[in-house]
Design a protein around this ligand. Structure first.
Ligand code: HEC
Ligand code: HEC
Length: 283
């Protein structure tokens, strides 16, 4: 009895010491950086270090939370970034409205710096041949079997008509070569087996507590009653092939990227649906 209380007190004491140590460290590092001068990107760096690094890592590549230097965040507009910082997100990002707009703007600039936007990403020249890219898209690379562009192509995956307008060349190439980073939950391929032994692989398009619509790769919909299922397994990938980095030459990839950018620029401006909603049920 006594000893448990002692241990508890010790543990408690340790916690308090730890908290003090953490606070000390935080204020010391804040102090040290305070000497680096005011304003500019230093202000952003300091704010980032003290508010954000704990979750996103000192270089933005993630830690407790996910990386914010992956293409899908690189391609967010400054206004959207600022809004996420101001309001927080439903995915667990805390709101920082209390920092004030000037500090949020400084943070956005610093996040851009971490993303390398200032040097290459946004300005990477588009060197490919868009016409050759179109031929690949609808031909050898078979992108059109899943993705529509300008009214032509399949329904299995996102319509890419406007994609090239809101995404930088490097980000588009990344999305093709390293798909599913991160994987949209709604794009996950699921494998189901019914109690009568039928096996199906596809993507869930609609579901509720009792049933679901599964779309298989041939485009067909299968209405399934949950009670009839023997097994339901979520994979860790979408239907997007993972081998384009080896199947296509760098020049071919550049051509496809150029085609998507040309298609995007030829499309009249309209609001582009935010990427992270995918085929979800929330919009
Ligand atoms: C408590 C942990 C935590 C802290 C602290 C934190 N974040 Fe986040 N952040 C998250 C999580 C979780 C997400 C959700 C990831 C997502 O949206 O997919 C996120 C998302 C983001 C996004 C993407 C927003 C979006 O709309 O998808 C950006 C940019 C970001 N954080 C930057 C920052 C910056 C800058 C700071 C410091 C001011 C910060 N974060 C502090 C956890 C944190
Ligand atoms: C077998 C189907 C399939 C093929 C073939 C395919 N994709 Fe995809 N692609 C997907 C799926 C599924 C996703 C995940 C997002 C979604 O569900 O739309 C995706 C995602 C993408 C994204 C990111 C879209 C976004 O909204 O973030 C791009 C860009 C893309 N594909 C381009 C291509 C290109 C270019 C080709 C041809 C070189 C290609 N894809 C071939 C199925 C396919």
């Amino acid at each position: 009895m006594n000893s448990t209380r002692l241990i508890r007190q010790l543990a408690c004491c340790n916690m308090a010491l730890l908290a003090i140590a953490v606070l000390l460290c935080a204020s010391l590092s804040g102090f040290a950086q305070g000497g680096n001068g005011q304003g500019g990107s230093n202000q952003g760096a300091q704010l980032y270090e003290s508010n954000c690094a704990v979750c996103h890592g000192g270089d933005g590549s993630g830690g407790k939370s996910e990386s914010i230097i992956t293409p899908n965040f690189v391609t967010m507009s400054d206004a959207d970034l600022a809004k996420s910082l101001h309001d927080g997100t439903s995915a667990g990002m805390p709101p920082y409205a209390g920092l004030g707009d000037a500090n949020i703007a400084a943070l956005v600039r610093y996040v851009r710096k971490l993303q390398g936007q200032s040097d290459t990403t946004a300005t990477a020249p588009v060197t490919g041949d868009a016409a050759a890219g179109r031929a690949l898209y609808f031909g050898k690379a078979q992108c059109s079997s899943c993705h529509m562009v300008q009214g032509d192509g399949g329904f299995m995956a996102a319509d890419l008509t406007a994609y090239g307008r809101s995404h930088a060349a490097d980000a588009i190439k990344q999305a093709i070569v390293t798909p599913d980073s991160p994987l949209e939950p709604a794009s996950r391929v699921v494998e189901v087996q019914t109690k009568d032994g039928t096996k199906l692989t596809g993507v869930i398009r609609h579901e509720n507590n009792f049933n679901m619509d599964l779309q298989t790769e041939d485009g067909r919909y299968h209405f399934l009653v949950r009670g009839d299922l023997a097994d339901l397994h979520y994979t860790d990938h979408s239907l997007m092939p993972h081998d384009y980095g080896t199947r296509l030459t760098p020049a071919e990839l550049d051509n496809i990227v150029s085609f998507l950018i040309a298609a995007g620029n030829a499309t009249p401006a309209e609001p582009v649906a935010p990427r992270r909603h995918g085929f979800g049920f929330d919009d």
